[in-house]
Ligand binder design. Sequence first.
Ligand SMILES: Nc1ncnc2c1ncn2[C@@H]1O[C@H](COP(=O)(O)OP(=O)(O)OP(=O)(O)O)[C@@H](O)[C@H]1O
Ligand SMILES: [Mg+2]
Length: 263
Amino acid sequence: MSDIIISLDKVKKVYFLDAVEVEALKDISLDIHAGDFVSIAGPSGSGKTTILNLIGCVDKPTSGTVVVGGKRTSDLDDDSLTELRHKSIGFIFQTFNLIPVLNIRENVELPLLLDNQSAGSQSKIESKADRKEWVDFLIESVGLKDRMLHKPAELSGGQRQRVAIARALVMKPAIVLADEPTANLDSATGESILRLMRHMNETFGTTFIFSTHDPDIVEEADHIIRLKDGRIIEDRRRNGASAALLAANLETAEATGTEGGQL
Ligand SMILES: Nc1ncnc2c1ncn2[C@@H]1O[C@H](COP(=O)(O)OP(=O)(O)OP(=O)(O)O)[C@@H](O)[C@H]1O
Ligand SMILES: [Mg+2]
């Protein structure tokens, strides 16, 4: 079995909003292996973004432990968290988050340029020629070779999300997190984005974790984690390698009509 790259143990996350406590995550324990292709499913408000933020070192748990790449995030100070995020994690957002004034090549290259300017550069791609070769290769891999010099506004939604995928991979991260990457796309385009993420997962061995509402997209993952009200009601691997419907949450699953081994 491959190595565990992400592990959450008894994680709770409480938000305080106008003196009201919101328990966004109640008792989350899960393991993700290196090279996994994972979907996090569940209705609005179930805690998907909160989990991605904890894994992405954007936020820390209220209690419990989050271990990313062997490091317990609650033990790290802000600088170390930023470094872990920068070195190991690529992000893809629902709204693409491209920079409008930069063309496609510049958008994809930007993390590398910022990295080269910082002390302790992580990418090890320092020469301009190597950088260009890698950026061009990624843009070609996402099928946008003929759009390199276009601005994001000149692309379709699906094409913009392809650029965001290339940008997420430019630092060669071990992990890519995508929060509802297909939500703003029609279903055929969403399907093609999913195939592209799968292709990148297989080509680079990158661990992909994406959240989604779409049942068809959920089913394409190898490892499916289903949330409801801040709890895991299902955690299974499609190939059956370590299929597990968590006994502790079985009751919740039954109450919501979700059966073990099925979505
Ligand atoms: N910054 C915050 N302050 C207060 N409450 C929050 C905050 N962020 C999220 N929540 C609450 O935590 C719960 C989980 O939110 P989260 O954003 O993780 O859900 P989600 O599954 O991503 O939903 P969606 O599908 O709508 O994106 C919700 O009840 C939400 O209102
Ligand atoms: Mg969300």
